[in-house]
Ligand binder design. Structure first.
Ligand code: PMP
Length: 432
């Protein structure tokens, strides 16, 4: 009967289950964590089985998508806020508001932590960023302002605009809007004092002399412009956290570190830390189409005439990769440049295809920058002709669920497959 059939099936399934060893209990932490910020960092390193088996080289990803705010940026947001509090620029529950210009991840991280620390948040983002990031920000109670991105600027202005748009002097830039809003916020509470505060090397503290330290001022609401691109705390989060974690998790046996650069904080912090432990470790950047870093590292200049087409493309049409690639030198990127050994150009097609490959072969549903990073790992392993015994570590920055409407919406069949032939069809390394 049917009942007997199901009983038999159940017995079979249980027997099959018993063949597996019970999983040892491994906790990320034995302590009871103090609130949401306790969940940040200390992420596991995961072996990317499909690529490691195919290449013979160990490809390990730092599972940053496990952070409570969903990305590697949690570490940076926490460090920026902690550092600002430590030097007395921010005081919890004083009605202060944090402002940031971001393509989303940093905003979500800041909003998550700010809620737990009693700050309000305003996020300025370009209006071509994937919608789910805005939805997450809404859910976290952040105020959002979307500004016109360079991608929709009039064609005549495009070439001028592309280099100009992200420049710190341009008011259209989402960063400048964020800085401006922080300033306006401060002015609401004090007509004669500038309440824009910035934590980074270019620290702007507004008021004059001793007044700044008086209790009266400390309790006043402030506008804090986090400024992740120039803020040294960004680098420090990775130099003191991500880098040492990778070193410990690999017992120091890491041959290369691969990372994309959006602000440059990750590559600068992790790269500098790993080099300080062993200067033989190769640090390489994965750079999406239209970004100037590849050229900067290969040829010493961000643009050449050939690349300017690509640059325009990025700013007019934009790439589907979000979070990495940049066309100007931030403080954090400048910190990284002396220790970066190599760079790999990653096309949209490759990134989209790689993300699908990882779902199919590893069950890993990752965001666009993670896909770029893993492609750069393959390219590095091939270039070095590494076959076995080496380990490359990279960052799995966020999960695919931040990218449904843009990156995961792309149909790889509708894209130009010619690039893929190199990596997915004729590639002996990817054959199992
Ligand atoms: N991946 C994603 C999804 C990001 O949002 C960012 C940050 N913009 C990065 C990678 C790059 O990190 P970093 O800013 O440290 O260069």
């Amino acid at each position: 009967s049917l009942a007997l059939f199901f009983q038999a099936r159940r017995r079979q399934r249980l027997a099959a289950k018993d063949q597996f060893e019970p999983r040892p209990i491994e906790l990320r932490s034995d302590e009871v964590l103090k609130g949401v910020t306790g969940l940040i960092g200390n992420t596991p390193l995961i072996r990317i089985n499909s690529l490691s088996n195919a290449l013979g080289v160990e490809i390990l990803g730092k599972a940053e998508f496990l952070n409570p705010g969903g990305s590697v940026k949690d570490r940076v947001a926490l460090r920026m806020i902690d550092d600002a509090e430590t030097v007395g620029l921010l005081h919890p529950y004083t009605g202060s508001r944090i402002f940031e210009g971001t393509v989303g991840s940093t905003g979500i991280s800041i909003a998550t932590i700010a809620r737990a620390r009693g700050y309000d948040v305003t996020i300025i983002m370009p209006d071509d960023v994937a919608d789910e990031k805005e939805k997450a920000l809404h859910a976290l109670g952040a105020d959002i302002e979307r500004v016109r991105p360079a991608s929709i600027v009039d064609k005549k202005q495009a070439s001028l605009f592309s280099s100009f748009c992200l420049s710190p002097s341009n008011i259209c830039s989402f960063l400048n809007v964020a800085r401006q809003r922080a300033l306006e916020f401060g002015r609401k509470f004090s007509s004669d004092r500038l309440h824009l505060v910035q934590a980074p090397s270019s620290m702007v503290v507004s008021t004059s002399g001793d007044e700044e330290n008086s209790d009266d001022l400390i309790n006043k609401p402030r506008g804090f412009f986090a400024d992740q691109f120039e803020n040294r705390s960004n680098h420090d989060a990775h130099y003191d956290g991500t880098g040492p974690e990778i070193w410990r998790q690999t017992n120091g046996s890491v041959n290369a570190f691969v990372s994309g650069a959006g602000t440059g904080g990750t590559v600068a912090g992790v790269g500098r830390f790993l080099k300080s432990m062993n200067e033989q470790i190769i640090v390489a950047i994965s750079d999406p189409e239209g970004s100037g870093l590849y050229n900067k590292i290969k040829y010493g200049v961000m643009f050449d005439s050939k690349e300017s087409e690509g640059t325009k493309r990025r700013h007019q049409v934009d790439t589907v990769v979000e979070g990495i690639g940049i066309n100007r030198l931030t403080d954090n990127i400048s910190l990284a440049l002396p220790i970066v050994d190599d760079a790999f150009r990653i096309t949209d097609v490759e990134a989209v295809a790689m993300s699908r490959y990882l779902v199919q072969h590893d069950g890993l549903f990752l965001g666009s920058s993670s896909a770029c990073n893993l492609l750069a790992c393959i390219k590095l392993a091939r270039k070095m002709e590494w076959k076995e015994g080496q380990t490359i570590v990279t960052i799995l920055c966020d999960s695919g669920n931040r990218h449904y409407s843009k990156f995961w919406y792309m149909n790889v069949l509708a894209m130009n497959w010619s690039h893929l032939m190199i990596y997915y069809r004729n590639d002996e390394y990817l054959e199992k």
